[in-house]
Ligand binder design. Structure first.
Ligand code: ADP
Length: 925
């Protein structure tokens, strides 16, 4: 790639200081500070080793006040006794010929009380951070704000005394300075809050005192930088134009560089996700002449020379490099020699790379560590070419493999290269290299292409592993042995596999579809559980008894009682298990049939399925669990009453045997098998289904063959709100979040929060057999799933109810009356017409207004094979079939005659983990 600015070109900053080249080591938390934040010796060596060819090293953030540390092991610059330790770092960096800059900050409300002796953290306002378990901070008094600014000044003075060439004011990452600028965390009504200018006052005063200290104690070449997070996702929150406003002000006062705080230098807006424009492009287009004189640093995702050159080509003046500098202390030398680097760290090399212990254990680094000492040879090293074909996309890739890992994936440069796909390819390439697996998240907006690329890489791995087996004199078609075979890669299968692997088992997941995730990936509402930590934090009083009672009532008392009891009992543990895997479901909503908010969903209120599967797949990758896609289990092998493995057929129609002592069946339900649905419920003929194609109930047939019983097979749930042209399910959480249902006449006709079966029946009873689900802007903003629907193109919207009615061919005054009446009910918290009691969150009165035409569709099959409370598959007479477990929708009984929204996700995690744990114990016994 041609770039305008060569990496090695020196840069003169506005104050006259010269950086010898464009490369910077990014400030990265090492968590190595002593209990009081002072510097340990190994950290000095860590920085010394990384300085040299790189132009500048920005040392990790140091807190300026004892109440400021935002994480354990943070470094401090809160008193003069920290100067000598920091001076050793400055001198180590400078001795190698790099500039040394120190980042200074205060964590504000992001500080945990346990890090500051149990005291309350401080912040602009007494508003807790929008994250799990956040403590409500104390608002700083006006006098304390003044003192805080002087503390920043003291810190600058100390940095000067320690010999640093400059400081970087950390105005990002939602720490104190950003908290002052944010309309979300700053709701003061004195001169520090309110208007944008008032909120900008604190950052500007910090800059001011930094200048004062610099002019008093340092020479003119002392560098003053400022780091900023370009946007906040919260509403209200900092938007990009607010950021530009602040940056202009900072530039007016004088700053030597500005530093984006983002994870990827080509990132677009996180707020306006439909706008693909890179933030750097917006920045360049919007900045004034004054701001244009201030160099700007790009960061995130720079590993190789080409990345750095590309970033400079985009208009960044300087490039900060994070993880690559940890993995390669001599990173700059290597890229200048044009080495191609792969972002991983050999597990045996910690000492050689001078990575301090706490940093080694930090998740950022942990994810890069590859255990080269224990993995056996898996692949034949070499380059494997594969075709990638998806819709209009046709290209070739080369996958370079070492004996144990993927070392590169490149596009074969011929006529087939599709320039439009190149940015997505680059993202996927780096995701795959970091995960060292083809099973990574797809790129938004390029899902089909992403899946095709993943498949091609996965094919290359299969070919190479086969060649490896042949090379070793083996037969690649000979039966392979595992401890546990998991059939199905939905939530139940992935949880079972992870749990089994954690118990020490060798696990393989077999999936008939070309992608991972099953029907679970479509799950929207969330995961029900009662008496969870997250409910307590939100002050929600719930009980397992009530959860049990409501599920039983929703299931028309047909539920299998022991299974339901185990389900309710284990639900909070399952929420915690997910949280331990970084899959945090901390926001809570409700679904039909539940009287209390107990549907746990991601903090950003997005649909649960994608988040869950993406999180679980990361865990599968980390554990090196084998995944076979496009492979269908045709038979569970069973000899003398004992399970011995499975027979599979792959996409090339090749048959293989996999031997295993334990088999977990997690193949999902049969909603997509029309024949089976109509067999059990003839009246559902012609109904669309919300399910993915793989939901054919094949696992039930496999298990019946080896003696499994079945239960409740005719209990098939229809979901009331399915968009009929796309079969897209409109989540219950939208109604739970405040939407209503109206008929073509513009009238409400039923309690929207009743159970699915009842709401479906009410819609079918309407003359048009369909209804409109209707919501306003406030509901949209609080339910991210709504944006997905809008993006899918089937949402009708208008600025006013009247205009909406016109578009819907509906009587406008009837609709307006319906809204007025409903809004009155919201106000008085009583629905006099239909007795709705939950999800009446906001009056529907802020435009634009949105409507989607919906009707019921086949959604969930409550029936399935019989299991016991150990998730063991049992016969009709409760006889355990040895060696086989079933979990998730394939199993019947838990939900009775009607599944409550949010209970399927709970079911798959609870019984998936249980099945995985028991299957591993059996295999390893
Ligand atoms: P759950 O919610 O119970 O986890 P899902 O529907 O999410 O169920 O996932 C089940 C997965 O099992 C689907 O991805 C489906 O394609 C897969 N599957 C179904 N039958 C087979 C089979 N015979 N062999 C391999 N995979 C299967």
């Amino acid at each position: 790639m041609n770039s305008k600015t060569p990496i090695l070109k020196p840069l003169t900053l506005p104050n006259g200081a010269v950086l010898k080249n464009r490369l910077i080591m990014a400030p990265m938390t090492t968590c190595t500070g002593f209990y009081d934040g002072s510097v340990p010796s190994d950290l000095v060596e860590y920085y010394r080793e990384r300085a040299g060819t790189i132009g500048t090293v920005i040392v990790e953030c140091c807190f300026i006040d004892p109440k400021g540390p935002a994480f354990p092991g943070a470094l401090a610059i809160d008193s003069d006794n920290k100067i000598p330790g920091l001076a050793r770092i400055a001198s180590a960096i400078k001795s190698q010929g790099s500039k040394a800059i120190l980042q200074i900050y205060h964590g504000g409300r992001m500080v945990e009380p346990e890090l500051i002796g149990g005291k309350k953290p401080v912040a602009p306002s007494a508003i807790a951070a929008p994250r799990e378990g956040a403590t409500t901070p104390e608002a700083l008094t006006a006098e304390e704000v003044d003192v805080m600014i002087t503390k920043f000044g003291d810190a600058v003075n100390r940095a000067i005394k320690a010999g640093f060439d400059g400081v970087e004011i950390h105005g990002a990452n939602t720490y104190l300075i950003q908290q002052f600028y944010s309309p979300n965390s700053n709701q003061r009504d004195d001169k520090w809050g309110g208007s944008r200018d008032n909120r900008a006052r604190f950052p500007l005063e910090v800059l001011e005192i930094t200048h004062k200290m610099a002019s008093r104690f340092a020479d003119a070449s002392f560098i003053i930088g400022y780091r900023f997070s370009p946007e906040e996702i919260e509403v209200p929150g900092i938007r990009f134009d607010d950021t530009m406003y602040l940056l202009e002000k900072l530039a007016e006062r004088g700053v030597d560089y500005l530093h984006f705080s983002v994870g990827y230098f080509k990132r677009a807006s996180i707020v306006d996700t439909k706008d693909p424009t890179m933030l750097i492009d917006k920045y360049l287009a919007m900045r004034s002449e004054t701001l244009a004189k201030v160099p700007v640093i790009g960061v995130g995702g720079v590993v190789n020379r080409s990345d750095a050159e590309e970033a400079l080509g985009l208009g960044y003046d300087l490039i900060a490099v994070g993880k690559a500098c940890i993995a390669y202390p001599d990173w700059a030398d290597r890229i200048l020699k044009n080495e191609t680097l792969d972002l991983f760290i050999d597990s045996t090399k910690r000492e050689e790379l001078l990575i301090p212990e706490p940093l080694w254990r930090f998740s950022l680094v942990d994810a890069m560590i590859r255990d080269t000492s224990t993995t056996g040879r898996k692949y034949k090293a070499g380059v494997f070419q594969e075709k990638v074909e998806a819709e209009a996309l046709k290209l070739k890739i080369s996958v370079t493999l070492d004996t144990d890992r993927i070392t590169d994936i490149t596009l074969v440069q011929d006529d087939s290269v599709d320039v439009d796909f190149t940015p997505s390819f680059e993202i996927l390439r780096s995701r795959m290299l970091v995960a060292n697996s083809p099973y990574v998240d797809a790129v938004t907006g390029a899902t089909t292409q992403s899946e095709a690329l993943k498949k091609a890489v996965s094919r290359a791995l299969t070919t190479s592993s086969k060649e490896h087996v042949i090379e070793e004199g083996g037969n690649p078609d000979a039966p392979q042995s595992y401890d546990v075979v998991v059939i199905g890669s939905g939530g139940a299968g992935l949880s079972a596999a992870i749990r089994a692997a954690d118990a020490g088992a060798r696990v393989v997941i077999i999936e008939r579809m070309p992608t991972i995730g099953g029907n679970t990936i479509k799950a929207s509402a969330g995961m029900n559980a009662a008496e969870t930590r997250f409910q307590t934090l939100k002050g929600i009083k719930d009980s397992k008894e009530l959860f049990y009672d409501e599920t039983l009532k929703g299931g028309k008392f047909k539920n299998n009682v022991p299974l339901l009891k185990a389900f309710v009992e284990r639900a909070p543990g399952a929420i915690e298990w997910l949280a331990s895997l970084d899959i945090t479901l901390s926001d809570i909503t409700t679904t039909g049939g539940m009287s209390i908010d107990r549907t746990h969903r991601p903090e950003d209120r997005s649909a649960v399925g994608g988040y869950l599967i993406s999180g679980l797949v990361k865990q599968v990758n980390q554990r090196g669990i084998d995944v076979l896609l496009d492979s269908t289990v045709e038979e569970i092998l069973h000899e003398n009453g004992v399970v011995t493995g499975v027979k599979i057929v792959n996409e090339y129609n090749e048959h293989h045997i996999l031997l295993a002592k334990s088999v977990v069946v997690a193949t999902g339900g049969f909603s997509a098998n029309r024949k089976m649905v109509v067999h059990y419920r003839p009246e559902l003929k012609g109904f669309v289904t919300t399910n993915h194609k793989g939901a054919t109930g094949s696992g039930i047939a496999l298990l019946e063959k080896i003696g499994a019983g079945t239960v409740d097979m005719d209990q098939i749930q229809i979901h009331p709100t399915v968009e009929q042209t796309t079969s897209y399910l409109i989540s219950e959480s939208i109604r739970g979040g405040g939407a209503i249902l109206v008929s073509q006449e513009g009238l409400r006709f039923y309690n929207e929060m009743q159970t699915r079966d009842n709401v479906s029946a009410a819609i079918i009873a309407l003359p048009e057999k369909s209804a409109w689900i209707l919501f306003d802007e406030q509901v949209r903003q609080n339910n991210r799933a709504a944006d997905e629907y809008i993006a899918s193109g089937f949402v009708i919207s208008a600025p006013t109810p009247e205009e909406l009615a016109l578009k819907l061919n509906m009587d406008a005054s009837a609709l307006q009356q319906t809204l007025d009446r409903y809004n009155g009910f919201v106000k008085q918290n009583k629905d006099e017409d239909f007795g709705r009691t939950t999800g009446m969150r906001f009056p529907l009165n802020s435009g634009p207004y949105y409507a989607i035409r919906v009707a019921p569709g086949v959604h969930h099959t409550m029936g399935g094979v019989t299991i016991n409370t150990n998730a063991e598959v049992v016969s009709e007479h409760q006889q355990v079939i040895k060696g086989v477990w079933a979990a998730g929708e394939v199993a019947g009984g838990i939900h009775g005659a009607n599944r409550i929204g949010g209970n399927a996700v709970a079911d798959i995690i609870i019984f998936g983990t249980l099945a995985g744990q028991n299957a591993a114990a059996h295999a390893l016994a």
